[in-house]
Design a binder for this molecule. Structure first.
Ligand code: SF4
Length: 328
């Protein structure tokens, strides 16, 4: 019998409306599931809508449509939902109150969630600090955020997220504001905690290399839609959607692949002869949202939204090229 996913997201849509202007669809029909003990990466450029997905899952924004189920249940009450679904923010300094000690940041969620009593809250605080490799725990608990390094602050933020013993951790660019030298340490820590606590982890990032390393599966988002998804190695080493190919070729250390991609693209364009001479820059309407940037764009890309064929490997790409089995 297959396990029910911890969190299921079905057709999630978020529209933002500013007075006097047309509404902007930031997230469009996004569907996925998070499973216990697994990491799913959500990658894309800034403005792609990935942080809005996280905010909707955290109940910080109200979806316009779609459904989010926790443990198979709809409409879970706020208190239970927030205990089960915790978030690690991008900026650990902004997410911690400079006026309070580390101990205060951890004791409060422990007590509010009922995971500790007044009698054992100090011991539970020390356990949390030890679990994120911070010590001596009594000394760290007395410090304020400005007395810690960026990496230590993010460890405190992770410990605070773990205090209510959540089932789901949403990590929104959790290392992008940290020194490069400690990013892998923090990601390795989250990976270990995910294993130990059977957490369902959503890792939001623009970094394909760490997504491949730490996530079993990857989804790629562009202008509010998931354009590609599948097992990490498949998506990142053999991207099918032209947008993912662009991200992969622009990744640090991908100079060789960038050259290769350019050559392959030139060869394909010469061979296909189907590309229209003029691809309209306008990206509204029913067609593919990537068409203004796509080197493979065809007439039909402007006329109809691409279908999403799924390969046997579970690798899918929202692109007309693959609907015909003629991937780049
Ligand atoms: Fe490019 Fe067309 Fe595929 Fe969109 S559907 S990514 S425009 S080839």
């Amino acid at each position: 019998m297959t396990e029910t996913p911890v969190l299921e997201v079905d057709g999630l849509t978020v529209d933002f409306t500013r007075r006097g202007t047309a509404s902007l669809r930031a997230v469009d029909q996004v569907t996925f599931a998070l499973e216990a003990g697994h990491t799913l990466a959500l990658v894309g450029e800034s403005g792609s809508g990935k942080s809005t997905v996280v905010r909707a899952l955290s109940r910080l924004v109200v979806p316009s449509a779609g459904e989010i189920r926790l443990g198979g249940a709809r409409g879970v009450r706020d208190r239970a939902y927030r205990r089960a679904v915790q978030m690690v923010f991008q900026d650990p300094f902004a997410s911690l109150n400079p006026a309070h000690t580390v101990g205060h940041h951890l004791r409060r969620p422990l007590l509010v969630s009922g995971r500790a009593t007044r009698a054992d809250v100090e011991a539970r605080t020390a356990e949390l600090l030890a679990s994120v490799n911070l010590g001596p725990t009594a000394d760290v608990a007395r410090k304020r955020p400005h007395e810690l390094s960026g990496g230590q602050r993010q460890r405190v933020a992770i410990a605070r997220a773990l205090a209510p013993e959540p089932a789901v951790l949403l990590a929104d660019e959790p290392v992008s504001m940290l020194d490069v030298s400690i990013r892998l340490e923090i990601l390795a820590l989250m990976d270990r905690l995910k294993e130990q606590r059977r957490l369902a982890l959503l890792y939001v990032t623009h970094d394909l290399a760490t997504a491949r390393h730490f996530a079993a599966d990857v989804m790629v988002m562009y202008r509010g839609q998931i354009v590609e998804r599948g097992p990490s190695d498949e998506v990142i080493l053999r991207p099918r959607h032209p947008y993912t190919q662009l991200l992969a070729s622009a990744a640090p250390g991908a100079a060789g692949s960038r050259e290769r991609a350019r050559e392959e693209r030139a060869a394909r364009l010469a061979a296909r002869g189907t590309r229209t001479a003029e691809v309209r820059e306008e990206e509204s309407g029913e067609g593919c949202r990537f068409r203004a940037r796509c080197p493979f764009a065809m007439d039909r890309c402007a006329r109809r939204p691409p279908v999403v064929p799924i390969a046997a490997s579970g690798h899918e790409a929202r692109c007309w090229l693959h609907a015909e089995g003629t991937g780049p």
